[in-house]
Design a protein around this ligand. Structure first.
Ligand SMILES: Nc1ncnc2c1ncn2[C@@H]1O[C@H](COP(=O)(O)OP(=O)(O)OP(=O)(O)O)[C@@H](O)[C@H]1O
Ligand SMILES: [Mg+2]
Length: 267
C-alpha cells in the first residue's frame, strides 16, 4: 500500500491490507528508512512475516538485504518507520531484547565460534534464556538439535572451525534454535556451499519450519533457491521493495531475473 510499491513494479501480488491487520502477523516491518551517513540504504521498506511462514527477501549485491536483517536484530538504527514483532514495537529495542522476545539469527557466512566445540557453540545459543546454562530445559533442547541434526551429535566434541561448510551451517541453525525463537532470520544460508549441501540446507529450513513451527526469513541472492522453500517473497532493488508475491508468482515472473541480479527493474 505504500507509494513505493505503486509505481507499476509490483507483481499481481499479495494484498498487504488484510495481512497487515490479521492476527497471524509475526513481524511487521513498515516504511523503514536506514541511512549510513548520507547513504540512503533502505527507502520506505515494508514487508511482513506471518506466524509459521517462510518469507524470502531477494536482491543482488549491495541492495540492502543484510541491512534489512540487521534492522530487525537492532544492529543498525532506523531513521523512520516501525518494526513490530509479536504485537510489540521493537523499533527502539536492543539486540538482547529482541533475542529474548524470540528472534534468532544465522548471520552471513555462518560465523560459528571456531575454537569452541560443537556443543559449546550450541550452548551459547541458549545464553539469553534465564536459569542455569545447563538447566534441564536447555539440555532437552540440546537433544532436540541433535535429533534434528544427527551429524552435530556425532561431532559434538569437535572444534567448530574444523567442520565442513555444510556442517557449520547446521550448527548455525542449531545454535539459533537454542534460544527457542519464533522467528529465525538467515542471511544467505546457501552461499558458498556445494549443490548437494545446498539441498540439505534447504531441507533443514523446511524441517525447522514444518516440525517446529518456526517462521523463517531468508535473505538471499538466488531467487531460484530461496523460492524453492519460501511461501512468499519480496524483491529489493537499491534499497526499495520493487516486487512482492507468492513464491509461485515470483518464480513465474520474467522480471525476477533482472531484479535479483541487481539491474533496474523498471526498464
Ligand atoms: N556500516 C556501514 N557503513 C556504511 N555503508 C554500509 C554499511 N553497511 C552497509 N553499507 C552499505 O549499504 C549498502 C547495502 O549493504 P548490505 O550489506 O545491506 O547489502 P546486501 O544486499 O546484503 O549485499 P550482499 O548481497 O553483497 O551481501 C551497500 O552499499 C553497503 O556498502
Ligand atoms: Mg549481505
Amino acid at each position: 500500500m505504500g507509494s513505493s510499491l505503486s509505481d507499476g513494479l509490483e507483481t499481481s501480488a499479495v494484498s498487504e491490507t488484510s495481512a497487515a491487520t490479521a492476527d497471524d502477523t509475526l513481524l511487521d516491518f513498515r516504511d523503514v528508512d536506514v541511512f549510513y551517513g548520507e547513504f540512503h540504504a533502505l527507502q520506505n521498506v515494508s514487508y511482513r512475516i506471518g506466524r509459521g511462514e517462510i518469507v524470502s527477501l531477494l536482491g543482488g549485491n549491495a541492495c540492502g538485504k543484510s541491512t534489512t536483517m540487521k534492522s530487525i536484530l537492532r544492529l543498525v538504527k532506523t531513521r523512520a518507520g516501525s518494526i513490530t514483532f509479536d504485537g510489540r514495537d521493537i523499533t527502539r529495542a536492543s539486540t538482547a531484547e529482541v533475542v529474548r522476545l524470540g528472534i534468532a539469527s544465522v548471520p552471513e557466512a555462518r560465523r560459528v565460534f571456531p575454537e569452541m566445540t560443537v556443543e559449546e557453540n550450541l550452548l551459547v545459543g541458549a545464553h539469553t534464556r534465564s536459569g542455569r546454562a545447563r538447566s534441564r530445559a536447555v539440555l532437552a533442547d540440546l537433544d532436540a538439535q541433535y535429533s534434528l541434526f544427527p551429524r552435530l551429535f556425532e561431532r559434538r566434541t569437535q572444534q567448530a572451525g574444523t567442520l565442513s561448510g555444510g556442517e557449520q551451517q547446521m550448527l548455525a541453525f542449531g545454535r539459533a534454535l537454542m534460544s527457542r525463537p519464533q522467528l529465525i532470520c538467515m542471511d544467505e544460508p546457501t552461499m558458498g556451499l556445494a549443490p548437494i549441501i545446498v539441498d540439505q540446507v534447504l531441507e533443514s529450513i523446511q524441517r525447522i519450519n514444518r516440525e517446529l513451527g518456526v517462521a523463517v526469513f531468508i535473505v538471499e541472492q538466488s531467487a531460484e533457491l530461496a523460492l524453492q522453500v519460501a511461501h512468499r517473497g519480496y524483491v529489493l532493488t537499491n534499497g526499495v521493495v520493487a516486487m512482492q508475491g507468492s513464491a509461485e508468482e515470483l518464480l513465474a515472473d520474467p522480471r525476477i531475473r533482472e531484479a535479483y541480479l541487481g539491474a533496474a527493474v523498471a526498464a
